[in-house]
Design a protein around this ligand. Sequence first.
Ligand code: BGC
Length: 748
Amino acid sequence: MNKNAKWIRPTIGIGEVCPDFRTAFAVDKKVVKAEAFVSARGVYDLFINGKKVGDGFMAPGWTSNFARVQYQRYDVTELIESENTVSIIAGKGWALGNIGYHRRPAVDCSMIAVIASIELEFEDGTKQVVATDKSWDVYKSKILFSELYDGETVDAGAECEFYGKASFDTDSKPALVEQVGEFITERETVFASEYIVTPKGERVIDFGQNMAGYVKVRIKANKGDRIVITHAEVLDKEGNFYNANLRVAENRMTYICSGEEDVFAPRFSFQGFRYIRLDEYPKEEVDISDFTAVAVYSDMKRTSSFVCGYDKLNRLYSNTVWGQRGNFIDIPTDCPQRNERLGWTGDAEVFCRTAAINYNVKRFFNKWLGDMKLEQLPDGAVFGIVPGITDCGNKISAAWADAAAVCPWEMYLAYGDKDMLREYYPMMKKWVEYMHGAGDEEFLWLGGSHYGDWLAMDAGYGTYIGATQVDLIASAFFAYSTSLTIKAGKALGEDTRELEELYKNVRAKFRECFMRDGMPTYYSKDGKRSVAYNNVVTEQSRSGVTQTAIVLILRFGLCEDCEREGLVNKLCELIDENDGRMTTGFVGTPHILHALSDNGRADVAFDLLLQEKNPSWLFSVNRGATTIWEHWDSVNEEGDMWSDKMNSFNHYAYGAVFDWIFGDMMGIKIAEGGEGYKKLEICPIPEKRIGFAEASYESDHGEIFVSWRYIGDKVRYEVRIPEGIEATLKIGGMSPRKLGGGAYTVIK
Ligand code: BGC
């Protein structure tokens, strides 16, 4: 960005209309190179000579509001002519629009500011710079209203009047940095699949796939005719349009026709939807080919594939991938539809391994973790939401804030990039230091305010925090994050002695207080802490022996080896007592299958994976889910909604099960010291009920492929390893084999 570029904004109040900042310039020499640099407080589209520059959507993206804002750089050499017009249309976006649970007082669009420079290099070596300053004009655009949650109003026939000259924007703004993450772009196109007139008489179009993005509408109607569309993820029990779960987010698009053929789509808003309702539409007949849904999300490269002989699992896999698509829109969000769409750290903490299998998310996480690092408090605290917002997510909660240690470590495992790990190592350490000082017991984290085993089923129906003691969860994560920070420190050649000492103490104290006779136990330092969660006291909360407690102890290495058998047996017993089902929530679920198969009970892990009763992954699949639901039973057995208040149908967290499918069932595991898929263990666990399965991963070294297929009682394994990767093949009943690059077949 050229230093002469200044932040500019409209001089007068302009209400809800998105401003269009314009200038013109001439060139009289041959241009050899031209680059544009642009940013906004808000979101923008840049046009040169009427052509949209780049394929980005909602640039400059969402970064920490107070710490940094990205600018984008575009090569515009091909667009420059002798006479040129420049236009930057901008909307409120994340910086100025409504964000969070509570409505903010409406912000006038004159608060939107942009900064830009176009830098031209001529054949004779001279240069010219066109930069934002007070000479730029501000016009009214055709976008009459735009809000992230509420949608957009576009008048295609609007006259774009002149509002006056721009003025300098003197409000302090965060530092400008060159783009760190990926652009958000238009990705899959989904054609409308069905036109429905609901029992209430609503005109509804079904796209067949829940997703995040928008619907493009093509229409030729009279000037001034209106199209009003609202969005929904599901129909209700009776087949009527249902959008109460979007809460106050209106998700409403209003399009006013120009009289010519119009193609409408929002520029500064997106929706989470599968269905649209035509609240106003000027034609009697609805031709669904005039409606096309477009998924928008960060431009990440797809890196894996999976297919198996059990169709419901294929659907689950697709739901997981679509869950990521709908929620990796510049930052990892909880959901893309209601008035949240926020960077909830806990959701990313549980899903980041799966995310890195599905797509290359290195740049994506590098950007988000950069904001987390900037927002970490001096004492090491990390909030529940990054980038932070003012009205929610202010808890410093175990398993949420632990994203500060888990995500950098998982990114290192996936990509083996030491520079990236070095960048976040201080944040990991500071987070551990925070926990060290957080509780009223040096080596445990007692007290505090946590989200617990969020949405677990063992504290009574309709409750939010499961029965697992939050102090146990917090102290277990204290140990886990410390162990990951030690690993990171060792990988970087740092002195980790102090951390190792701390880990020893935390683990010992955890065992002393939260374990008795090799089992988890309820612990209260002063005997005063309540065993009730959500005012419900269950046998499990009283004893402390919950599925999630056992799972964390097994997964985080908090037990001795001799205790493993007893713990896994108890876990199986609890599953059995619950009619073969889990009771785990956000914290326990991502680990439960691992805890079982790592400890010799892959059979029970498969039972859970293939379970169809609520709660289970296939419960939602059986009910036609096309993405992962927030609750196990977002729609319950009776076809009723869990609640209107908090019920997303596109919440990727439980999709974390795919890291087990890929790493354990398919057995593609990164071996100790093999970060970035340099060294693997290939140790698949075939399952007869599934019949066959195959998965691939596109690593930096080439494609890794594993398949297994039952042929009678035998299994045929096929493995392909690219050159440059070392792998050890571990198949039951066979001694381990070292594999180099090549293709291998085993029948066993
Ligand atoms: C979000 C979750 C998030 C949680 C915190 C919810 O409103 O949608 O996914 O992690 O709050 O407990």
